[in-house]
Design a protein around this ligand. Structure first.
Ligand SMILES: Nc1ncnc2c1ncn2[C@@H]1O[C@H](COP(=O)(O)OP(=O)(O)O)[C@@H](O)[C@H]1O
Ligand SMILES: [Mg+2]
Length: 228
């Protein structure tokens, strides 16, 4: 098995400047390996989203380094950062972020269109299969407003996976789901992470769920990550 990390943070700090500067991350080390689902827990305001945004090249660290597939990408911004995100990452956000005007099926291939391409037949087949596996096969032609919150979250997970990401970053993907739907989403997520050797970090406030489904659990507190 390939044990080099897909994504690695070394001594990452984040300081939000403001009237009262806020030192949210204080030396975070983290390595994400292929096929591993890592859960990140922590109280509200502890910096979980900040950490995920830094990992996903959405926000730069104040100090420290970020490596992706061994390459130092610290400080990468603009189009260069967007290219790394497009080629290597899948994102799932708390509120699913599906586009209301498009069907679930269309939403899945929007990232491909945004990359300036037309989806290949392989990508279209994969999108259909992901929707089917997630129990959304019959709903591909519905818009987000015409399905439940749980179905939207599952569609958001499918969308994150269509591009065969090397790393998956999910910020409270079960935030708006009931217990049954939360279990189902985590179970599917774990299956894909293992089958497709994805390096995944999932932020959640649900400790029990994370403990049950994640290979490794980390807790963010006082700006530091520790085994949870
Ligand atoms: N862009 C920002 N500017 C200033 N402070 C921020 C910004 N984003 C988040 N914060 C603050 O940083 C702390 C951590 O936020 P966040 O990473 O969203 O925590 P969590 O996701 O764990 O709830 C919070 O106190 C929040 O108010
Ligand atoms: Mg958050």
């Amino acid at each position: 098995m390939n044990r080099s990390p897909v994504l690695e943070l070394r001594q990452v700090h984040k300081l939000y400047q403001g009237r009262t500067p806020l030192h949210v991350l204080r030396g975070v080390d983290l390595a994400l390996f292929p096929g591993e689902l890592v859960g990140i827990i922590g109280v509200s305001g502890s910096g979980k989203s900040t950490l995920l945004n830094i990992m996903g090249l959405l926000d730069p660290p104040t100090q420290g380094r970020l490596y992706i597939q061994g390459r130092d990408v610290t400080g990468l911004a603009g189009a260069d950062a967007a290219a790394v995100r497009r080629d290597l990452f899948g994102f799932v956000f708390q509120n699913s972020c599906l586009l209301a005007e498009f069907t679930l099926g269309e939403n899945l291939i929007i990232p491909i269109h945004l990359a300036g391409r037309r989806p290949t037949s392989d990508e279209l087949a994969r999108a259909r299969r992901l929707l089917g596996d997630l129990g959304l096969g019959e709903l591909a032609n519905r818009r987000p407003g015409e399905v439940s919150a749980g179905e939207r979250q599952r569609a958001a997970l499918a969308r994150a996976l269509v591009g065969r990401p090397k790393a998956l970053l999910a910020d409270e993907p079960t935030g708006s789901l009931d217990e049954g739907n939360s279990h189902q989403l985590f179970s599917l997520l774990r299956g894909w992470v293992e089958e497709e050797s994805i390096a995944a970090a999932v932020v959640t406030h649900d400790v029990e769920l994370a403990r049950h489904y994640c290979h490794r659990l980390l807790s963010l507190s006082g700006g530091k990550l520790a085994s949870g």
